[in-house]
Design a protein around this ligand. Structure first.
Ligand SMILES: [Zn+2]
Length: 402
């Protein structure tokens, strides 16, 4: 159960090309030669009944390149065009000089200047694109490697650029990214990503220690300092959580999935803490009060969830809460839990199942369990024992906390 492969779909962006008058003959010359090449290749393919790219390449590459004067990659694209249209071209008598297929070697999109570089028979030329916001938006950040340059009957030039865009969520998707929350790694996902919490933990410990010592002084100045300190700590926390939530939602968007968190509120938080106390590092400093720290952690997780939730809502992604009990102890492959009470297959960072032998990062194993529980909820929403949908509950939480 892993969704490491981003799902994208190819989309053709049609762009008008500004071809100066004195350049038109070079474009036309290339279009003509490309059509000639296709016709020569088609003739050989038909005569020898050869419709295999590699075999046809051996037969036609050299003579076609010599007779047309095209660049190597133009000829390769001509062979491809004949093969790709094999069914249609068996009936066609002739290719017309209306378009040429371009690849990474013969075409380049330059975002900064909104230009394309195109290799013609005569060499490399740069053309300006005549496009609007819609096309610019689709091309943004893209490194397209395939395009088709064409000429209309009226004599206008266009370039159709192929881009890969993330698949848009189409209604309900059964797929779920599970997010495991912890101290060592703030968040780990069922897709194998994790965000290291060491920096946050160190900073937080320092704040908590300082706060404890200030609190013991109980003076007016100390109070003011305390307030300022908590502001800085909050801002740091907020920054981290904004980053993580942004990346989580981005991934869910790209993979077209829901996001599932453990429900760490109320009674379930206590269960979770008891069940996984091994993952919470021991307090070394006696002045770091356990209660304060737990409150901060709970608050941090809550904030991360809220940030994720509102970003997800904008992106049209569902956030699901699942019961956190046993998510860290259960084998995500065979669903076994250690039979001896108080013992776990989990040892720190490593989860090793005694039943099926499955070995994995313990946090990611937890995230996989959360993803599975979330998946159960998505496909059987009536099974609210395991999870609950957060949709529409955003307003229930006090806005001052986010
Ligand atoms: Zn197992």
């Amino acid at each position: 159960m892993s969704y490491t492969e981003a799902m994208t779909q190819p989309l053709t962006v049609k762009c008008k090309l500004k071809v100066p008058i004195n350049f038109r003959q070079f474009v036309d010359e290339t279009l003509n030669s490309f059509a000639d090449a296709c016709n020569q290749i088609l003739a050989v393919a038909k005569a020898e009944n050869c419709w295999n790219t590699t075999k046809l390449h051996h037969k036609v590459y050299k003579p076609t390149k010599e007779s047309t004067g095209l660049k190597a990659n133009h000829v390769c694209q001509a062979i491809r065009r004949v093969i790709n249209n094999a069914k249609a071209v068996k009936q066609i008598h002739k290719f017309r000089p209306t378009s040429i297929s371009l690849d990474a070697r013969t075409f380049e999109y330059k975002e900064v200047t909104q230009q394309v570089g195109v290799t013609l028979k005569s060499g490399r030329v740069k053309f300006d694109l005549s496009i609007g916001g819609y096309q610019i938006g689709l091309l943004k950040g893209q490194k397209p490697t395939s395009a088709t340059l064409s000429k209309t009957r009226k004599g206008d030039y266009y370039i159709n650029i192929v881009v890969e865009i993330p698949e848009q969520p189409k209604g309900k998707t059964p797929k779920v990214i599970g997010v495991d929350l912890g101290l060592r790694d703030i968040a780990s996902t069922s897709t194998g990503k994790s965000w290291d919490g060491s920096q946050l933990r160190k900073t937080r410990d320092r704040y908590v220690r300082t706060r404890a010592s200030i609190q013991s002084k109980r003076t007016k100045g100390a109070k003011r300092l305390l307030k300022r300190l908590s502001g800085r700590e909050k801002r740091f926390q907020k920054w981290i959580n904004h980053n993580i939530s942004k990346q989580l939602v981005k991934e869910a968007e790209q993979l077209n999935t829901n996001i599932a968190f453990e429900d760490l509120t109320g009674i379930r938080l206590r269960t979770k803490r008891r069940a996984t106390s091994a993952r919470f590092p021991r307090q070394r400093n006696a002045r770091v009060r356990k209660k304060t720290r737990t409150e901060i952690n709970r608050w941090a997780f809550y904030q991360l969830r809220m940030f994720t939730q509102y970003k997800a809502q904008i992106a049209g992604i569902n956030v699901i809460l699942v019961d956190p009990r046993y998510t860290s102890q259960t084998c995500s492959r065979c669903h076994h839990i250690h039979p001896v009470p108080g013992k776990s297959y989990r040892e720190g960072k490593v989860f090793k199942c005694g039943n099926c032998g499955f070995e994995h990062d313990s946090d990611i194993n937890g995230a996989l369990n959360i993803a599975q529980l979330g998946g159960v909820f998505v496909s059987h929403p009536e099974s609210s024992v395991y999870a609950c949908d957060l949709k529409g509950q955003l307003s229930l939480f006090p806005s001052g906390m986010v």
